[in-house]
Write a protein of this length. Structure first.
Length: 349
């Protein structure tokens, strides 16, 4: 839609500017030329030079799309557009017969309007690049606001699920049983439970955490769950050291583990198997056997959608969900942070 509007504005501008130039800069020598012919020549100049400049600016917009590249793109655009205005004006003059080849090869004639071309190049490039910068800046602000809103919704859902009376009730029941049976295990359980809540509270406002941190948290989370399903829940985590140095959105893997447990039957006859591993293209995968419960627990059904939206905001990354007769599989892209500065920027949003 924006492109169509820009084309309309460009062509209206071409006809309007050509008319103004024809009327304002008309010389006595031009009186012998019919107005429509004079206007036609000026119109050709405006159309060729304006559209050529637009092509150049579009090319460098695609070549340097990032906001940080704006100063570099502006400088290159000014130089390129200025050279095009000088070259294009002479080529059009030669084609229309308003000058000869001898004129073209004369440097004084060829660069006769270089000052005007430079000023025009600066104005045109600054307008287009500035407008594009402003639009991208607005889009960046909009996406940041959407990400913050999404994070708030995600934080609420995660805290609601993890710190719900149902979850706490099950944990306390397990703890009560352990105190009676094995006090040492009960102490370990209590410490692990506190670590789980501490991780949730500490990372609920961060955009990224290392895969290693997330997996260590998931081990604690799985430890608590295995107290309820000691032999019926099998979780196998195999992630190499290099992948552990990369990053994911916090609580992502935990939410996938929780979804697997919430929506599938777990019993001695049908134990639930969950695998966490790195696939061939370097994404982290959470895969579980599919044995859907006949009566599901109450769910907001927004877990996967929240994860998907968060990853879209983190650079248009997509999660992949595959369902087969036997398995449910979710692949999450890993994020490579190049430097500590980039990491801090990611945390600050």
């Amino acid at each position: 839609m924006l492109k169509i509007k820009e084309i309309y504005v460009r062509w209206i501008g071409i006809f309007a500017v050509a008319l103004i130039i024809t009327v304002v800069f008309k010389t006595p020598e031009d009186d012998a030329i019919p107005f429509y012919m004079l206007y036609g020549k000026v119109l050709v100049f405006c159309a060729v030079l304006w559209n050529g400049s637009g092509f150049i600016l579009d090319y460098f917009e695609d070549r340097f799309p990032l906001l940080e590249s704006t100063p570099k793109r502006l400088l290159i655009s000014v130089v390129s557009v200025t050279l095009w205005l000088i070259l294009g004006a002479n080529l059009v003059s030669l084609i229309l017969g308003t000058c000869t080849w001898d004129n073209i090869i004369d440097p004084k004639f060829f660069f006769r309007n270089n000052n005007i071309s430079l000023i025009a190049g600066i104005i045109i490039s600054s307008f287009y690049v500035g407008n594009d910068f402003f639009e991208k800046w607005k889009e960046s602000v909009r996406q940041n606001e959407e990400l913050k809103n999404q994070q708030i919704r995600t934080q609420f859902e995660v805290l609601q699920n993890q710190m719900s009376p149902h979850f706490l009730f099950n944990s306390l029941n397990t703890l009560t049983t352990l105190i009676e049976e094995d006090q040492k295990v009960a102490v370990d359980f209590t410490q692990t439970l506190s670590e789980v809540y501490r991780y949730i509270l500490r990372n609920k406002e961060r955009e990224l955490v290392s895969v290693h941190e997330e997996l260590e948290f998931c081990k604690s989370y799985v430890y608590l769950l295995k107290m309820r399903y000691p032999e019926n829940l099998l979780v196998d985590i195999k992630v190499d050291l290099e992948s552990r140095q990369k990053y994911v959105a916090p609580l992502t893997i935990q939410m996938l583990l929780e979804n697997a447990i919430k929506h599938n039957m777990i019993s001695k006859i049908a134990p639930l198997n969950i695998e966490v591993y790195i696939d061939q293209i370097g994404e982290i995968v959470v895969k579980n056997t599919l044995q859907i419960k006949k009566s599901l627990e109450k769910s907001t059904k927004t877990g996967l959608d929240n994860i998907r939206k968060r990853y879209q905001f983190l650079g248009d990354r997509e999660i992949k969900v595959v369902t087969s007769q036997k398995y449910f599989r979710v692949a999450i892209p890993l994020i490579q942070v190049q430097s500590e500065i980039e990491y801090l920027k990611a945390q600050q949003g």
